[in-house]
Design a protein around this ligand. Structure first.
Ligand code: FES
Length: 87
C-alpha cells in the first residue's frame, strides 16, 4: 500500500494493493474521468505533483514516462511510499 495525496481536494488516502489509484480516488468521492481501465485509452491521464510513478499504461511515450509528469491512474501506481496528484 502507499499513501495518496490529492492536492486540490485536500485528501489523503491509502491505495491498497488490490485496488487501483483510480478506484481509490473514485471511492473517496472525487470525480474522475475514465473509460478503458486498461491503460490504453488515455482518458484517465492525471498530473503528478510528487512521487515516483510505476507506469503500466500503453499510452505514454518513453520520454513522457521518464518525465513522471503525468500518469494513467487506472493502471499505474507508485514505487515509493507517497504519491501526490493534482486532483
Ligand atoms: Fe483508459 Fe485509464 S481509463 S487509460
Amino acid at each position: 500500500a502507499f499513501e495518496l495525496v490529492l492536492n486540490r481536494s485536500g485528501l489523503t488516502l491509502t491505495v491498497e494493493p488490490e485496488r487501483s489509484v483510480l478506484r481509490t480516488v473514485e471511492a473517496a468521492g472525487v470525480p474522475v474521468l475514465y473509460s478503458c481501465e486498461e491503460g490504453t485509452c488515455g482518458t484517465c491521464e492525471t498530473d503528478v505533483v510528487e512521487g515516483e510513478v510505476d507506469h503500466h499504461d500503453s499510452v505514454l511515450t518513453d520520454e513522457e514516462r521518464a518525465s513522471g509528469e503525468t500518469m494513467m491512474i487506472c493502471v499505474s501506481r507508485c514505487r515509493g511510499p507517497r504519491l501526490v496528484l493534482d486532483l
